[in-house]
Design a protein around this ligand. Structure first.
Ligand SMILES: NC(=O)C1=CN([C@@H]2O[C@H](COP(=O)(O)OP(=O)(O)OC[C@H]3O[C@@H](n4cnc5c(N)ncnc54)[C@H](OP(=O)(O)O)[C@@H]3O)[C@@H](O)[C@H]2O)C=CC1
Ligand SMILES: CC(=O)[C@](C)(O)C(=O)O
Ligand SMILES: [Mg+2]
Ligand SMILES: [Mg+2]
Length: 325
């Protein structure tokens, strides 16, 4: 791919081989790039990366000599990894990349002046970034440049995005805009908003005495089918496909569910992201050893909705790979 030319002949390192790490590594590897993955020794992902035929080294070793280093450990782990293994090993003029602006924007990492700093943030979960790539398509990416001492950091970011996202739309942004919109989207809409909406719908039907399996299909399973239509064709075409009955209900009821109060709360959520309050609370939570998050995880894994969902998936995906995601 001519778009990747600027990466050819450069030593490329990806730190971390998790959700994003495996996707960036394997997508670029499939396009003929030579990559090394940097990991802590003896870890599970070390074994996984080697099994996938990827070169693996200790983080400090993988960073030394690298021209481009893409930093893909969890956000909360990055400051210590940077301090202990990355900072002193980055060579002058190297390009340090992120998939999310969190640590740069909130100044948890202040990169040395001798390196270039960029971002390639795929707008999708890592496992989908890989799965969609394997099907010959791509996930769009946001790119940004924070520090450009070599004069061609934008070209490096674009090339990385073209590789990982297979040339599907690149949108240029800033670390600030990506950080604030990404946190807002995942909390208010994509993850927090959607799961609570599905949960509340499911609970309402089950509490009213309806069959939980019917409630699950209605409020969770079918969500993907409706959203797939929005994804592929937009709101109008989705509304064209549903019945007039559903479309009428959509217009009159949607606004009773997402009210002015909900929109007011969205503004407050955005405010807490903009003023750093959310980032502070998240970092405090990681410092408790994820006490609150562990409690939430076990609450949800034991919940009725998950129990019914697991049964429903067996029915729908009998033997298909989707069952094992
Ligand atoms: N998840 C996603 O889909 C998206 C993530 N992003 C961003 O991408 C970045 C990576 O996130 P994500 O892929 O979710 O991360 P993961 O949690 O999947 O990363 C796990 C990887 O990081 C390694 N790791 C974890 N902790 C440490 C540590 N303390 N020291 C060294 N290595 C460590 C793990 O190795 P080990 O086996 O040793 O634990 C593993 O290889 C973040 O900036 C995130 O915001 C952006 C878009 C979407
Ligand atoms: C998958 C993605 O884009 C998220 C939701 O922003 C994330 O995992 O941080
Ligand atoms: Mg995101
Ligand atoms: Mg995110």
């Amino acid at each position: 791919m001519t778009e990747l030319k600027v990466l050819e002949g450069k030593k490329l390192t990806v730190i971390g081989y998790g959700s994003q790490g495996h996707a960036h590594t394997l997508n670029l590897k499939d396009l003929g790039m030579d990559l090394t993955v940097g990991l802590r020794e003896g870890s599970k992902s070390w074994e996984e990366a080697e099994k996938a035929g990827v070169k693996v080294k200790k983080i400090s070793e993988a960073v030394k000599d690298a021209d481009v280093v893409m930093f893909l450990t969890p956000d909360e782990a990055q400051p210590a990894v940077y301090e202990n293994h990355v900072k002193d090993n980055l060579k002058e003029g190297a390009y340090l990349g992120f998939a999310h602006g969190f640590n740069i924007h909130y100044k948890k990492i202040v990169p040395a002046g001798k390196v270039n700093v960029f971002m390639v943030a795929p707008k999708g979960p890592g496992h989908m970034v890989r799965e969609i790539f394997e099907k010959g398509h791509g996930v769009p990416c946001l790119t940004a440049v924070y520090q450009d001492i070599s004069g061609d950091t934008k070209e490096v970011a674009d090339a990385w995005a073209n590789g990982v996202g297979r040339k599907v739309g690149i949108i240029e942004t800033t670390f600030k805009e990506e950080t604030e919109t990404d946190l807002f989207g995942e909390q208010a809409v994509l993850c927090g908003g959607v799961t609570e909406l599905m949960q509340a719908g499911f609970d309402t039907l089950v509490e009213a005495g309806y069959n939980p399996e019917v409630a699950y299909f209605e409020c969770v399973h079918e969500m993907k089918l409706i959203i797939d239509m929005v994804y592929e064709k937009g709101f109008a075409k989705m509304r064209d496909s549903i019945s007039n009955t559903a479309e009428y209900g959509d217009y009159v009821t949607g606004k009773k569910i997402i009210t002015d109060k909900t929109r007011e709360t969205m503004k407050q959520v955005l405010g807490d992201i903009q003023n750093g309050q959310f980032a502070k609370e998240f970092i405090d939570e990681t410092e408790t050893g994820y006490k609150f998050m562990k409690g939430e995880r076990s609450k949800y894994s034991d919940s009725k909705i998950e129990e019914v969902g697991s049964k429903m998936r067996q029915m729908v995906f009998k033997g298909s790979a989707k069952n094992h995601m």
